[in-house]
Ligand binder design. Sequence first.
Ligand code: SAM
Length: 105
Amino acid sequence: MPGEEWRDEKERVELVVHDLDLPLPELGRFDAVSSFAIHHLADERKRSLYREAFELLEPGGVFANFEHVETQLGWLRDIGFEDVDCYWKWLEMALLIGVRPGGAG
Ligand SMILES: C[S@@+](CC[C@H](N)C(=O)[O-])C[C@H]1O[C@@H](n2cnc3c(N)ncnc32)[C@H](O)[C@@H]1O
């Protein structure tokens, strides 16, 4: 059960409901911006939102976006590859691997 400490934290949280397809409202400046929703947006909007997040950050602030490569993994699976996944990442490159079924292994 959350104690007194948690109640204090809740009073410091402000919940803002917003459609990320639209420009962000005036929110002030932040040390960190994190998202697990941007992957729903069109690429063009993702790009403009990244710029808006950049502008919201204090110097040294961090932007974290949990993005996925599911679309391309889905293409590989649809073609017939198995064991499809993102097995490694280097810089902006993701290593997507799939195995053609029916091999000896
Ligand atoms: C993978 S869920 C993550 C939910 C939550 N952010 C979290 O971290 O647990 C992605 C969320 O993005 C929301 N979403 C999709 N399009 C959106 C948009 N245009 N604006 C705001 N949220 C959106 C979905 O409704 C969904 O709740």
